[in-house]
Design a protein around this ligand. Structure first.
Ligand SMILES: Cc1ncc(COP(=O)(O)O)c(C=O)c1O
Length: 314
């Protein structure tokens, strides 16, 4: 479905600007389908499962400006299935026709806003809708928050193989961490393909508690699918210091990272995920917590379509 391999290149001017570790970028925002993003890799596996089961409708959950929901809708349309998006926060009036909601409207996705207070509640709402569809003769396929389960994480296990084939030998791979599947895949991929890099997740607080446990559990699920022996060593670290006021609320440092990347590299980050991940990377490089001698890969996981819903921040 997507366009792989995605580009991988050095960020010359950012590296110079920060004056520390050598920084590279993996452009998974250019993964091809819809406006691109990290979910396309996960959806390669999830949608294959939906197709093999003969499903006609794909349901998933997310926030009002969920990138994952939008990419799932694009994947469903590509494969001739109906997308149903169960979104957890009624948007502001002016948000309805911008960002990912605009793209979903153009794709004709069935968008349902529900008053859910937690990812578990959202999941229950989606399952109820799926049961209704099934009882009226449909064949629904449900995808959890962020596509973050064992099959979804395989997308990032194989992304590690792609990075190796592109000649990447990094000490760290930095990524925004929301529902955990991307980080789980990177950490497991590093183990499966025997790389020396550490997978670093910058928490954006899509999940309020227990994120490391969740990442470990997704890793175990994905490892079991691959028949890979589990290991006590986790191979990832999560930073909680760059969340700010909460999920979906931009931080000043994150907005500054968006401006900086656009001005020195012509690359647009997003206000919810990659800007916070980059603000973490910048801070850790400046503090020397990421050593000057190291080589770092920043995974651009996409999301910049949501920038338009945050125009007021600029
Ligand atoms: C742009 C972007 N980056 C990062 C993430 C986080 O990925 P994960 O949910 O696999 O942790 C998401 C999740 O929706 C996203 O949309």
């Amino acid at each position: 479905m997507g366009c792989f391999p995605t580009p991988l290149h050095r960020l010359e001017r950012l590296t110079k600007e920060l004056g520390g570790a050598e920084i590279w970028i993996k452009r998974d925002d250019l993964s091809g389908l819809g406006f691109g993003g990290n979910k396309i890799r996960k959806l390669e596996f999830l949608m294959a499962d939906a197709v093999s089961r003969g499903c006609d409708t794909v349901l998933t959950v997310g926030g009002a400006q969920s990138n994952h929901a939008c990419q799932t809708a694009a994947a469903a349309r590509l494969l001739g299935m109906k997308p149903v998006l169960v979104l957890g926060r009624p948007p502001r009036e002016d948000e309805l026709s911008t960002g990912n909601l605009l793209l979903e409207k153009i794709m004709g996705a069935d968008v349902r806003f529900v008053d859910a207070r937690s990812p578990d509640e959202l999941q229950r709402n989606m399952e109820e809708i799926a049961e209704d569809l099934e009882s009226s003769g449909g064949k629904p396929y449900t995808i959890p928050l962020g596509g973050s389960n064992g099959p979804g994480a395989l997308g990032y296990v194989y992304a590690v193989e792609e990075i190796i084939k592109q000649g990447g030998d990094f000490d760290y791979i930095f990524s925004a961490c929301g529902s955990g599947g991307t980080l789980a895949g990177l950490a497991l991929g590093s183990r499966v393909f025997g790389t020396g890099f550490k997978a670093v997740g910058v928490n954006v607080a899509a999940i309020k508690t227990g994120l490391p446990e969740r990442v470990s559990s997704i890793m175990r699920e994905a490892a079991a699918i691959l028949g890979h022996e589990s290991s006590e060593e986790e191979g990832f670290v999560i930073y909680d210091d760059y969340i700010g006021e909460g999920y979906g609320i931009p931080t000043e440092e994150g907005l500054e990272a968006i401006r900086l990347l656009s001005r020195v590299e012509g690359v647009f980050l997003d206000p919810v995920y990659t800007s916070k991940a980059m603000s973490g990377l910048i801070d850790l490089v400046k503090k020397g917590a990421v050593p000057e001698s190291s080589k770092v890969l920043f995974l651009h996981t996409g999301g910049s379509a949501a920038l338009f819903a945050y125009a007021d921040c600029f």
